[in-house]
Ligand binder design. Structure first.
Ligand SMILES: *Cc1c(COP(=O)(O)O)cnc(C)c1O
Length: 396
């Protein structure tokens, strides 16, 4: 294994040297005035990435899963009904978390490879005459299948049903890589984390919370202590933290925001689209198929790719790691053994993506896949040559 090889897992992502350096800070007193100066602008600037002016940014020392838990326990009570669709491992895990919190979870089962079913949400919400459904939960980017869902369409479905439920969105593997419009889409809580689009180490759950979700705290009875929004907001109001903050990550976050704004959020999204499109051309060039059912669903941060019948995707990812020291995402849940994933988010350039494609081709050839060496790489090269990025400073 060489540290010089990028990882092609869809999170945690490659950490640029600039961010590793930013996180190299000695212990500082989080009750001293300079902590306030560091932390307050981070919360403010993160709003831009969520696409919100009316929302509040709240962070916790946790992974994304902790962010899910915070969203639920601050806004809901035991027995509350929530509506959610299962179409991959991450939506599945969010359902499990809700069930363990004694919520009444109404699950719409979808094929893995599909996206959030706005029409089925609309039907379920219209049927809910008593308005018992308190929240609709949507995974924006299902990292297990490489599927991006249309959040605006879910909002339109909720509006068409004139339903007052809140909308909670998991954007852990999309925020800071694909466009996110919290206010425009009417998202009440958006949940993300530090280790994907923000290119940092794991350990900070990052949430965007709407005024409506904050108001729901008044009546929400699920227990919460560590994840209490009001404790956190009260401390944040004076630039502090209710307990010991993850100081190094906060310094990292400050620098990450700087990098994202220097490149420009639009350019960041365009770069992710270009990298993803290069990977998709390569998949096509190799004669392989994506798990995502249709182009509108293609994720710009991760591609899940079926291996041909009779091959084992775990053997492929093992071969890439053991022979070449490069990590790709394994198939999760239903996709285990059937599909592997290429993560193409965060600190990556065209050239890095080409190295990943070349590596997975070598591993395929080693395992006697019916592919021709270079056929995927060439398709990506053609695409990158004809869609060259301006050589500006990128986040990579
Ligand atoms: C990575 C990820 C999470 C969070 O997982 P953690 O390991 O708890 O950070 C949640 N949802 C999606 C879609 C993800 O990709």
């Amino acid at each position: 294994m060489s540290d010089q090889n990028p990882v092609f897992i869809p999170g945690p992502t490659n950490i640029p040297d600039r961010l590793r350096a930013a996180m190299q800070v000695q212990t500082r007193d989080h009750r001293a005035p300079d902590f306030v100066e560091t932390f307050a602008p981070v919360l403010e600037d993160t709003k831009r990435v969520f696409g919100t002016t009316s929302g509040t940014v709240i962070t916790f020392p946790a992974s994304g899963t902790g962010g899910w838990e915070a969203a639920i326990c601050n806004t809901l009570s035991p027995g509350d009904k929530v509506l959610v669709a299962r179409y991959g491992m991450f939506s599945h895990r969010w359902i499990d978390l809700c069930q363990r919190h004694d919520l009444d979870v109404h699950v719409i089962e979808c094929p893995w490879g599909a996206g959030a079913p706005a029409d089925k949400f609309e039907a379920a919400l219209t049927e809910d005459k008593a308005r018992d459904i308190k929240a609709v939960l949507v995974t924006h980017n299902e990292t297990a299948t490489g599927v991006k869902s249309d959040i605006a369409a879910v909002r339109a479905a909720m509006d068409a049903a004139s339903h007052p439920a809140m909308m909670f969105v998991d954007c852990v593997s999309s925020l800071a890589s694909m466009e996110f419009c919290m206010d425009d889409w009417g998202v009440d809580i958006a949940v993300s984390g530090s280790q994907k689009g923000f290119m940092l180490t794991t350990g900070m759950a990052i949430l965007g919370v709407s005024p409506k979700a904050l108001a729901a705290m008044e009546t929400a009875r699920l227990p919460r202590t560590f994840f209490d929004f009001s404790d956190m907001m009260a401390a944040n109001a004076s630039g502090g933290f209710p307990y010991t903050p993850p100081l190094q990550l906060i310094y990292g976050m400050r620098e990450s925001l700087k990098m994202l704004f220097e490149e420009g959020l639009e350019s960041v999204y365009a770069r992710h689209f270009r990298l993803a499109e290069g990977v998709r051309r390569a998949v096509d060039g190799l004669g392989l198929k994506l798990v995502a059912e249709s182009p509108a669903l293609y994720s710009d941060t991760v591609s899940a790719i079926y291996v041909p019948d009779g091959f084992d995707s775990n053997a492929l990812t093992d071969q890439a790691f053991n022979a070449y020291g490069v990590s790709f995402g394994i198939g999760l849940g239903e996709m285990n053994g059937k599909a592997f994933r290429i993560g193409h988010l965060g600190s990556l350039t065209d050239v890095m993506v080409l190295s990943g494609l070349a590596t997975i081709e070598m591993a395929m050839a080693d395992l006697d896949y019916p592919v021709e060496l270079g056929s995927g790489v060439a398709a990506a090269q053609d695409y990158f040559r004809s869609h060259r990025a301006a050589l500006v400073k990128t986040a990579a």
